[in-house]
Structure formats: C-alpha cells, structure tokens
Design a protein around this ligand. Structure first.
Ligand SMILES: [Ca+2]
Ligand SMILES: [Ca+2]
Length: 213
C-alpha cells in the first residue's frame, strides 16, 4: 500500500515537473518593420542583428538569465541602431519566426538623449495584429548603455508589436531588442493518453493491493 502510494506520488510529481515552465532562452526576431520611418541611415534591421552588443548570444539557444541583458552594454554608433523620423510615433513589429511563449522583453535604447519612452507590447499569431493580446505598458529610460528588461504578461504568438506612445527628446531610437521565450506546444497542458494510461495502471495497482489486505 505504502509503495503504491509512493509510486503514484512520484508519477504526479513527474507530470507536474513536466508541465512547469521551461527555462527561457534569448531570441532575436527574424524580421522587423516599422511605420515610423528612419533617419541618419539608421536601418530598422540594426535592431535585430545583435549589432553594437559588446557580447553576443546564440539566438534561441543561450539562456536568457545567463546572458542577463541588464549587464550587457551596446556601442552607440550609427551602423548599430535605428532612428525613427523626427516627432513621429507609431510601431515597430517583430516576427519571432515561429510561435513562442513570450515572457520578457529586453531593450537597448540608444545611449543618448533619444529613444522610445512609453510603450505598449502586443502579441498575435497574425502579422496584421487583428486579434492581438495586450502584454502590458512600460516606460524605458534613455541614456543607458545596458539592456532594460521588462517583465511582460506571458503570451503566446509569433508577432510582437511595440507601440511607441512617446519618445525621449524628439525621436525614437533603438539599438537592439531581444525576447525571453520558451517553446510553445499546445498539448503540454493536456495529459496525453499514455500518461492517463499510466495513471490508470497505478490506480488499478493501488486497488489490487488494497483488496489483498
Ligand atoms: Ca543593434
Ligand atoms: Ca512574464
């Protein structure tokens, strides 16, 4: 009886461990676009290619916390960043390349007087953001060389929109962005038939042992 209980307990523990959140990895978007224009030849693609980072990571592999964006700084010279047009608000859209469970957002604003200030983060499974989920609103500092990490409401999707609600000085200006993600699999929250079968067998064993006494 005691042994059967122990087996059942270990099975439940194993299942719960399986369902718990996976360790997040740091991910760069595979594509980016904006409706805010550009100036100083600051291409929007400079925000997703790790350009300017003093220390790089392997996108989709390096552990987010091990990399620790808050301790990583950027070099702020023109080829590494994007400048939005003067006095322009709008959005920057990022394609993660696949559907992920998104946890946090890392931003390297320009290490100068410009940059995104108040912003809202949306996620969706379509690039038109027709059924977007609001992951929260935040405020970013300017004149900071190290990354700023924002803990989003966790959400599942492939496309992430940063809505620039206000800017520092008179222009948005981003050096780099990255995301804390874990893989998303729709079946993880539902016990698989094989798992149920194991539970059934364990329960049957428990009943059998009880009957024997
Ligand atoms: Ca960059
Ligand atoms: Ca989160």
């Amino acid at each position: 009886m005691k042994k059967a209980k122990l087996i059942l307990c270990s099975l439940v523990f194993g299942l719960l461990t399986n369902l718990s959140a996976q360790a997040g990895v740091i991910l760069s978007a595979v594509d980016v676009s904006t409706n805010m224009g550009t100036r100083f030849a600051g291409d929007i693609n400079n925000t997703i290619d790790q350009s300017g980072l003093n220390s790089t990571f392997v996108s989709g592999v390096t552990d987010f916390d091990t990399y620790n964006p808050s301790s990583q700084s950027v070099i702020n010279t023109a080829p590494h960043q994007w400048w939005g047009a003067t006095d322009t608000l709008g959005y920057t859209d990022f394609d993660l390349g696949a559907v992920y469970n998104l946890h946090r957002f890392a931003l390297w604003n320009a290490n100068f007087i410009f940059g995104v200030k108040d912003f809202r983060v949306l996620i969706d499974d379509n690039a038109a953001f027709s059924s977007a989920l609001d992951l929260g609103s935040f405020t970013a500092n300017f004149d900071q060389a190290t990354g700023q990490v924002f803990d989003l409401l966790d959400g599942v999707g492939r496309y992430v929109r940063i809505e620039h609600l206000s800017v520092h000085s008179n222009s948005s200006n981003i050096n780099e962005v990255a995301f804390d993600v874990s893989s998303f699999s729709p079946v993880t929250s539902v016990p698989e038939p094989s798992t149920l079968a194991i539970f059934g067998l364990a329960f049957a064993g428990l009943m059998f042992r009880r009957k024997q006494r």
